[in-house]
Write a protein that binds this ligand. Sequence first.
Ligand SMILES: [Zn+2]
Length: 660
Amino acid sequence: MKFKQKNLAGVIIVILSVIISLGTLISSNSIYTVKFKDGSDLYNHPILSDYDQFSQGNFSGYEFSYYNLSVYLDEKTSTVAGNLTVDYYNDDPVNFTQIPFHIYASGMQFDKRAGYIEILNVTTLEDPQEQLDYDVYSNIQLMWVNLTCNLEPGNRISFIISFNTTLPDGNSEKLDRASDYGWDDNHSRIFKFACCYPLPCVYDEFDGWNIDPYILIGDPFYYDMAYYDLIINVPENMTVAATGELIESMTIGERTIHHYNPHLPVREVTFSASHYFIVESDIIPYINITVSSYFLPKSYDLWHDFALEIAINSGSLYHNTFGNYCYSTFNVVEEYTHYGGMEYPLQIYASEAADNYTGVNGPHWYLESIIAHEVAHQWFYNLVGVDEVDWGFLDEGIVCWVSDWYKDVFHPDWHMFEPYWGLDRVRHYSLNYGLPNKINQSVPDCLISGTDYWYLGYTKTNTILEKLRVTLGHENFIEGLTLFFRDNYFEIADLTDLQNAFETVMGESLDWFFFPWFDNPYLPKYNIANVIYDAKSKIINITVKDTNEDLNPYSYSQLIPIKIYSSGLTLEYSDYEWINGTTSLIIPIANQPVRVRLDYSDFVLVQFSNYGLNYLETTDITIVNRSEQKIPGYNILLIILSFSAFGLIILFKKTQIPNE
Ligand SMILES: [Zn+2]
């Protein structure tokens, strides 16, 4: 729904309904007690059968694909030879004759040794094995496996892809998700196997097959849930961190084979291996999850106990708030990277650069920020999946907000929301960069339109979510995120699902919030256009104009503190008013006003047009129906009559004949 522009009647109806419904909401503040549409109480979740069942680890009656990934790490050649046994389940309503797989490694950054996935062959499972046709397009990091028959909905097909992955190297400027980096001399070498086996593409109703190439901006990945077995063959004495529970290890000669299984469906798997990892583990007893950290000796002072503590604290908060982390293991693993960290199911990576972080808050703050953020991705990326090519901002923005909330809970003295750090960055963004910044667009569209995806994903989306929390109240906001999580548990969610969850909690449409804040390229930029004070009726009429309105598809609605002063800067009026696009306000004011101000000191989102001025005001006030001036204590009529009488007397005297 658009409540915009040409259809004036529609605009008025929508604005009125917004004013009425939100007036009620805001006036009752954060203790607003709504019930769900089904009549249940605020903290009683609606019936969510999938969540109830899945969160107990019960997937009976549901079909998923199954992958068995078996890999062999060769540390001399920096390669990983692998077999991926695919048991693909078609849960889409169309027949398939081909299945595409991402082979991302050739898109990754490197120094001298490029990443590459060589496909050796694709065969059927039956004996004798039959070769299947396949096509490889390394330039777009894609392969198609051609099936010999139609794969109909609800059916399965099996085959084995044999491949050989070269792990890219790296340097101080280029390091990517997969790498063999570091040195044996100083005990710092780490092998990282991530995004570098043939990963099945997702078919959906929006794009058909999602076959986007590897993109360096954001974390643009998109996977369905599937069961995995992971067999990793490494040199003896190498320590491995991997997705899933270690089922067994076996050493044969100079090699050790580890078997991992996450037990429940995951979106992908990863492992990291090093001769030098130090391992620490702890169990969260009441949910029986083994949490482990893997780090290099050089990072002992920072990582020892601390990485585990942060993972456990943040994970417990998210688990107890949003819903079950239903797996039995979770790993935090040190990595070489140019970003802070990276999320994978059951295993996250955090940058070794935290050791030497020189920011004002220090290395502990930085590592804590990374871990709390990547842990939150277990809830918003793995358990609830997102097409991170088309809606990358969604899980990223949620995770940025959620990890800031973690900081607020565990470090109240950090004052994360007083005010929120993103508020001023968003208000100054156009002033600093002058770029349109619509949130709801894909990563490739950001590249085409020149939009800064990093700003959208990591600053603006979370700031808009914070505005939503301020608007709805904290309890409703957390309830909305929780409902979003549980409604989409083990599935794929998009922005509409997030809006639906908040609407269910609030029991009303939130189009007025979501459409403009997520879909407009520009923030509102207000102008106090026309101020008229009627001195007779003592009413001021203020027109607030959004000068960016024509640049945006939707009109903004937000509460803005309005202040009106009379002479001597006496405050005559101070209250919140809804500004819905271009808005006329009619306010009774007893004394003649001299100054009208929109105060941006609160969580008002506007495009600032200069630095350091957090209000907009005017003294240009037209006074109408000004009454005649009176001299106090005198009756003007009496004065006029007196003067007239005096004049008559003079005249009378002048007309007399002089008596001389
Ligand atoms: Zn993230």
